[in-house]
Design a protein around this ligand. Structure first.
Ligand SMILES: C[S@@+](CC[C@H](N)C(=O)[O-])C[C@H]1O[C@@H](n2cnc3c(N)ncnc32)[C@H](O)[C@@H]1O
Length: 263
């Protein structure tokens, strides 16, 4: 299944999924600020439902969002219209590996660990090369990536009840479950979720499975990939407060620049 199809099926639970993620809110002010402060074209890859992009647009800064999921983009457009900022968003339905911008970008962001959806090393290389080519000389790429912790991953290997909520579309009482399967050799993760909708006496009326393909990089691998593409590394933060990356950092947050005067 391609990432496109995966997120098309995931879009209806994305909001509840994100709001119950341990670290989702922390990246928001970091990216809004980076976008707001950048003159010129600013682009978010994997714009999703516009969780960050709409907040950027609210500050008055226009933003271009790229996403391979038509369903996520549809939700983004609807939310942006409701927020009165649709005129500041340009949405492009494309894959990270072959998107084209109308002009070179000054900033491209990939928030919320999304680079991990480029599952193989080759996909990551192709995606980074494409990003490099779409940046203006001197333009920056900023993205976050979690730091893989085998012990924490072990805790997520069981079945977890992620949320209990009323389905906003049907009002049905719903349980959101999840588990993961990890492959250390390929550094990949399959995220398997299912929603159980139950009636007033607790009988299951509908179960739907959704799966996502994900992956991780060690910091040294990320550095090699960036440098191998031609990027200059400007900063590596360990968290969204811009503290330097260290042994106990929860995140690897990379700021990389396409050098001026190089191909
Ligand atoms: C975790 S969500 C992040 C959404 C948003 N940036 C946020 O922070 O809430 C990842 C998004 O990336 C998109 N995506 C995943 N792989 C992609 C690819 N290869 N090309 C384009 N979009 C992709 C998905 O469709 C999804 O909307």
């Amino acid at each position: 299944m391609s990432p496109t199809a995966e997120y098309d099926a995931f879009a209806d639970i994305y909001e509840i999924w994100t709001s119950t993620a341990p670290d989702s809110g922390r990246n928001l002010p970091f990216y809004v600020e980076a976008c707001r402060q950048t003159p010129g074209l600013v682009v978010e890859l994997g714009v999703g439902t516009g969780r960050i992009a709409i907040e950027v647009a609210r500050t008055g800064k226009p933003l271009t969002g790229v996403d391979s999921s038509a369903e996520m983009l549809h939700r983004c457009r609807t939310a942006a219209r409701a927020a009165g900022v649709l005129n500041r968003l340009k949405l492009i339905h494309a894959d990270f590996r072959d998107f084209s911008l109308p002009e070179p970008a000054e900033l491209i962001t990939i928030p919320f660990h999304t680079i991990g959806h480029l599952v193989t090393m080759q996909d990551k290389q192709v995606g980074l090369r494409r990003i490099y080519d779409q940046l203006a000389p001197g333009g920056r790429l900023i993205f976050d990536h979690f730091v893989y912790d085998p012990q924490a991953a072990e805790r997520y290997s069981g079945v977890m009840l992620r949320a209990e909520y009323a389905n906003p579309d049907t009002g049905q009482d719903t349980l959101l479950w999840m588990t993961t399967r990890r492959n250390h050799k390929t550094q990949t993760i399959r995220i398997i979720t299912w929603t159980d909708e139950i009636d007033g006496v607790g009988v299951l009326v509908r179960r739907q499975y959704r799966r996502l393909s994900f992956s991780w990089l060690e910091p040294e691998q990320t550095r090699m990939l960036l440098e191998g593409t031609g990027f200059e590394i400007e900063a590596l933060y360990g968290d969204f407060d811009r503290s330097p990356f260290g042994e106990d950092s929860p995140e690897q947050i990379w700021v990389a620049r396409r050098p001026i005067g190089k191909g």
